[in-house]
Design a protein around this ligand. Structure first.
Ligand SMILES: *[C@@H]1O[C@H](CO)[C@@H](O)[C@H](O)[C@H]1NC(C)=O
Ligand SMILES: *[C@@H]1O[C@H](CO)[C@@H](O)[C@H](O)[C@H]1NC(C)=O
Ligand SMILES: *[C@@H]1O[C@H](CO)[C@@H](O)[C@H](O)[C@H]1NC(C)=O
Ligand SMILES: *[C@@H]1O[C@H](CO)[C@@H](O)[C@H](O)[C@H]1NC(C)=O
Length: 309
């Protein structure tokens, strides 16, 4: 019975439990070749996962860890394996090695887990893996599932934040942004209802999308509650206000040139869309009020936006 599980446990002992032979040691940001086992107790699983552990796994160890992750159903082991993989994926060489070992689907499949703590760790590991463009080409198959998790999990939850971070990093290029088109209204809903951290994270994502003219039609057409305009208020935290203004500025760039509307599809926007909110009288009033804001970063953006009006 349980052959795979036994092998898994052996691998757990090797990789998580300790026989990690300190092949590389990161010292002052430089790689150094170590000299065999060091004269200190072998690191325990906790050492590997508490953030103080400074050694990087080699390809063979990563393979064992991936095999373990694939074969175990023990949630504690899964979680630790995901964290260790995530930390190792912080190094660009390992991002490629993990992909070449077929590791991305092994990590990605763990987002289909009933345990939210495991989903979060899998999302974090995918996020670190996503810094590599070739990895993004594989990770994109999880975008729909990640969106579902982001919108079905409780507001401001760890899973929601981890998902938003991953989606933000998956949209630093334009390649996969179109995959978010059917969720834009939902992102605005989370923006308006989430706490400060959630708002900032959603705005980072929306800012990336708003720099892509191909996304403008979808963004303008999103159904957005009129409370969106309360973001354009002097009492709103600067890190939120500035991003909300930059969003407006980017979108303006997509519709106006020399003060004229250049968008073909403006007639297709309905009442209740972001387009109607941004180009309505209430928003114009908000901009006039913000023109007196004490912060020069804010007023500079307001000036640019109102010149474009
Ligand atoms: C989820 O996994 C964590 C980490 O292994 C564990 O501590 C927790 O008990 C699990 N929760 C459930 C509901 O199984
Ligand atoms: C991912 O990378 C960040 C730095 O970019 C690091 O702080 C973090 O520990 C890594 N691991 C996980 C699981 O997120
Ligand atoms: C995600 O993207 C941000 C901004 O480009 C970058 O600073 C960060 O290192 C990326 N990776 C992770 C794991 O957050
Ligand atoms: C997305 O945002 C990040 C910073 O959060 C930035 O580095 C990157 O250039 C942006 N990408 C696009 C396409 O706007």
């Amino acid at each position: 019975m349980g052959g795979a599980r036994d092998v898994g446990w052996v691998a757990a002992g090797l990789v998580l439990g300790g026989a990690c032979y300190c092949i590389y040691r990161l010292t002052r940001g430089r790689w150094r070749v170590g000299r065999g086992p060091r004269l200190r107790p072998s690191p325990s699983a906790e050492d590997l996962t508490d953030g103080s552990y400074d050694e990087v796994l080699n390809a063979e160890q990563l393979q064992k860890l991936l095999y373990l992750l694939e074969s175990t159903e023990d949630s504690v082991i899964i979680e630790r394996a995901l964290v260790t993989l995530g930390n190792n994926a912080d190094f660009s060489a390992n991002q490629a090695i993990i992909r070449e070992l077929g590791g991305i689907p092994i990590v990605g499949d763990r987002i289909n887990n009933p345990n939210h703590s495991i989903i979060e760790k899998a999302l974090n590991a995918l996020n670190n893996l996503s810094v590599n463009v070739e990895n993004q080409d594989i990770i994109k198959i999880y975008i729909n599932q990640v969106c579902e998790d982001v919108f079905s999990d409780p507001l401001n939850s760890a899973v929601q934040m981890a998902g938003l971070r991953l989606l933000t990093n998956m949209t630093v290029t334009n390649d996969h942004q179109h995959m978010l088109n059917s969720y834009l209204t939902d992102f605005f809903h989370v923006l308006l209802t989430g706490n400060g951290n959630t708002k900032v994270q959603v705005l980072k994502l929306l800012l990336n999308l708003s720099e892509n003219p191909a996304m403008a039609e979808g963004l303008f057409g999103a159904q957005v509650d009129s409370s969106f305009l309360s973001l354009y208020d002097s009492r709103v935290a600067k890190e939120i206000l500035l991003r909300a203004l930059t969003l407006f500025q980017n979108l303006n760039n997509c519709v106006k040139k020399d003060g004229h509307l250049v968008l073909r599809f403006t007639s297709t926007f309905h009442k209740g869309s972001l387009f109607f909110l941004l180009y309505g009288e209430e928003c114009a009033q908000k901009m006039r009020a913000l023109a007196n804001h004490p912060d020069v970063d804010v007023t500079e953006k307001v000036v640019i936006i109102t010149i474009q009006f």
